[in-house]
Design a protein around this ligand. Sequence first.
Ligand SMILES: [Zn+2]
Length: 178
Amino acid sequence: MRRSPAFFVRCAEIVPSPCCIASLTVIGSRGRKIVHATGEKSELVIRRLRCTACRKIHHELPDCIVPYKRYESECVENVITSEPSEVDVAADNSTLYRWRAWFCSMATYLLGCLESIAIRFHLDVVEESSTPSQAAHHRFGRYVGDADGWLARVVRPVANSNFWVTYPFCILVQGPLR
Ligand SMILES: [Zn+2]
């Protein structure tokens, strides 16, 4: 099988460490495979960063990645947002089903994280519309807008603030984050 060339991920913004809000130094890199909507794979080179305060190791999170998902975030977003008949991602049905279930179980938790981040950084948030939307993903619009790429805009601040949780989510989802 032909392998696509690896490409480097370099985030333009300088993110402080999620643990201590201190600066991060680059100490190396590691490879991370990612699957595109077509099913093609490529390899990203992600920088390893060390917190200058407590020396904890972090990994850069590029926009195209949802932690612990092999497919790029654009694919996951497409599946969450589209009707099943309109999905344009080369993945089997059980994977698509898992992503929808994952998003439904995570939505309330993620909204809580964004709310906490908005409060912590004194961000202005759009007022909630008086007619509640049925679709879970519409509720994120007040924080990150609803233009394409919204899932990446949700995932990134949550992961960078150390709110990202590993499997299983269910335990954490039950208790709202305060
Ligand atoms: Zn630290």
